[in-house]
Design a protein around this ligand. Structure first.
Ligand code: SF4
Length: 237
């Protein structure tokens, strides 16, 4: 799997290869079980039930790094953050920021396109309880590293959605940029900002999960602030 990720020639090649990954037995079993049993509201739909690739153009200047696909969101529709409440919040904010052509993301063929932005997750398969193990995170890391490598020429800012994504970024510095991560590691927080020499800036943002958005811990205005800062740092109009 590591070799396959490393030789992906472009994002289309990488997206196809990651979709065919079976490296984590627990996650493979879970994604397929969810796709077989389904949620009642989606019982007439065919679930994707496979790893979910990234979304967005190869010349992205901003990357949004999430945790993992949702069982009945990306694992159902086959597109990251598509078909669940987290995506509703995220894509509405991206549309307000001018980074998405529409405010909704409900199905893989709904016409959504992103501008200057690529979205991907640290772990590409839906995990039980949204909690991948450290071993699963490490097994999946080569896909993330190759994806960042492929957009490296233009990438200027990474928005980490939550502490898991924030922590997943540091190995990228070593693997993709050949730089030693800072010690001690900067602490995750909403609005946290870390920048280094010749590497993308890192912005922290609470995850767009229902736990944060329904409780008001993360508001649309807070998301707007993050994407305004990301666009400024990335030089996106
Ligand atoms: S989580 Fe990543 S490494 Fe594990 S099976 Fe899914 S795509 Fe492969």
């Amino acid at each position: 799997m590591v070799a396959r990720a490393a030789r992906a020639a472009d994002l289309a090649d990488l997206d196809g290869a990651v979709s065919d990954c079976f490296a984590c037995p627990r996650l493979v079993a879970w994604r397929e079980e969810v796709a077989r049993v389904k949620r009642a509201a989606f019982r007439d739909q065919d679930y994707w039930g496979r790893p979910v690739p990234g979304l967005g153009p190869q010349d992205a200047r901003i990357a949004i790094l999430g945790l993992a696909p949702a069982a009945h969101g990306g694992n159902r529709t086959g597109r990251i953050f598509t078909g669940d409440r987290s995506g509703d919040v995220l894509f509405a904010a991206l549309h307000r920021a001018g980074l998405a052509n529409q405010p909704t993301s409900v199905a893989a063929d709904d016409g959504l396109t992103l501008r200057d932005t690529r979205i991907f997750a640290a772990v590409r398969c839906a995990p039980p309880d949204n909690k991948p193990t450290p071993a699963e995170r490490d097994t999946c890391a080569p896909w993330l590293h190759r994806e960042v490598e492929l957009i490296r020429p233009t990438l200027r800012v990474v928005v980490a959605l939550g502490a898991f994504a924030w922590a997943a970024w540091w190995p990228v510095l070593r693997q993709v940029y050949g730089q030693r991560p800072p010690t001690p590691r900067p602490v995750f927080g909403h609005g946290a900002h870390w920048s280094g020499e010749s590497v993308p800036a890192l912005l922290g943002c609470y995850h767009v999960s229902q736990q944060t958005t329904f409780t008001g811990r993360l508001t649309p205005a807070m998301l707007d602030d993050v994407f305004t800062r990301a666009k400024h740092l990335a030089g996106v109009d």
